[in-house]
Design a protein around this ligand. Structure first.
Ligand code: NAD
Ligand code: ISE
Length: 339
């Protein structure tokens, strides 16, 4: 069976996922698209042989659409996801699930009322081969109990529109999701402190930031978010346990020796760094939809948890680094697991 996917939002990541669903993943076809920019939607539709529809609601209710991909702006996600649940269609939503905890809970409640999982949230790191290997090692118990996780999330630069809260909401949110999953543990507090700001930034931005998280099990996480580091897109993660440690591998790159130097290139953006993770994420999602099974990737609950934890980090940033307790609701049995 070919899964007929409708895409809401044909901007940067929407077009990349459309290419992925069209050229990389088997078993899927993009049959409908929509965008507030109708000309852009029409251009993309013509390129892939899809129909351009006026609105997200038209697309969700179209008989040509089996499953929905939401790649519009964050504040619009909840409405489209709720409409997809109402139509009983599987929906893949790029992060964030919603920009407020209240809207995330609305999705969680609607999905539970529907009675089975329909929603997957686009936290792609869970599909990265390196993080998956790290999880196997942590889960095997060979390191003993995890104690500390050291992380860094560095982007070369960000545009003017990026503001200080986005360090948590847009950037650290990936570590927040992947570390809950890696440790199978919940984050219970957040603190954000700011060292001297780099001079290579827009004046309004606090960059870098150091984020400190604590889990229910007592693991301490330190995360450097530095979004104007200049030199490249660099993701580091090292989990220290009682009997050893496990480190995220850097992407494979040839080593060059010339002119008295030995060097390897550093990637420049997240698209290249997580390209294979995105491919795997969509392969597994399409496979589940085609089989009529529930999605196995990050759930609506994970989307809610990520938003509540980033809210706590932003509150800490705005209160000069106070330690903020994460006010998360109890996890419903519907979502299984612990984190
Ligand atoms: P973008 O601005 O390039 O594209 C968004 C598109 O959605 C625009 O064309 C806009 O006109 C359209 N749009 C907005 N609201 C709409 C609506 N209600 N109905 C129809 N079209 C609508 O943005 P982007 O960089 O592609 O980001 C889109 C989403 O993807 C964001 O939520 C962002 O956080 C997420 N994202 C995720 C990752 C990741 O690493 N997983 C990376 C980048 C972006
Ligand atoms: C961007 O929105 C992403 O999601 C990237 O993965 C992240 O590295 C970047 O900092 C964000 O701005």
């Amino acid at each position: 069976m070919t899964v007929r996917v409708g895409v809401i939002g044909t901007g940067m990541i929407g077009q990349d996922h459309i290419r992925r669903l069209t050229d990389v993943v088997t078993g899927a076809a993009v049959t409908a698209v929509t965008d507030l920019d109708a000309a852009r939607a029409a251009e993309v539709a013509a390129r892939v042989g899809a129909t351009a529809l006026p609105t997200g609601a038209d697309l969700i209710n179209s008989p040509e659409v089996d499953a929905v991909l939401v790649t519009s702006w964050g504040p619009t996600h909840a409405e489209h996801v709720l409409n997809a649940i109402a139509a009983g269609k599987p929906v893949f939503c790029e992060k964030p699930l919603a920009t407020t905890a209240e809207d995330c809970l609305r999705v969680v409640e609607a999905e539970q009322s529907h009675g089975r999982r329909l929603v997957q949230v686009g936290f792609m790191r869970r599909f990265d081969a390196g993080y998956r290997q790290m999880k196997e090692v942590v889960a095997s118990g060979s390191l003993g109990a995890p104690l500390i996780v050291h992380c860094a999330h560095r982007n070369p630069t960000v545009p003017d529109a990026y503001h200080s809260a986005m360090a948590a909401q847009d950037t650290a949110v990936h570590e927040i999701d992947v570390l809950r999953w890696l440790l199978d543990d919940e984050i219970v507090s957040a603190q954000v402190i700011t060292p001297r700001a780099t001079s290579k930034r827009f004046a309004h931005l606090k960059d870098p930031q150091i984020m400190l998280f604590e889990t229910a099990g007592g693991v301490r996480i330190d995360l450097e978010v530095f979004v104007n580091c200049q030199y490249g897109y660099d993701i580091q993660c090292e989990a220290v346990g009682e009997e050893g440690l496990v480190r995220l591998p850097d992407p494979a790159a040839v080593a060059v020796r010339t002119a008295g130097r030995h060097s390897t290139a550093v990637l420049q953006d997240w698209k290249a760094r997580f390209a294979e993770a995105f491919d795997t994420e969509f392969r597994e999602w399409v496979g589940a939809v085609a089989a009529g099974a529930e999605p196995t990737g990050p759930s609506a609950w994970d989307g809610y948890a990520a938003t509540v934890i980033t809210d706590a980090a932003v509150r800490s940033l705005q209160t000069d680094g106070t330690v903020v307790t994460v006010g998360m609701k109890p996890r419903p049995a519907f979502y299984g697991g612990t984190a």
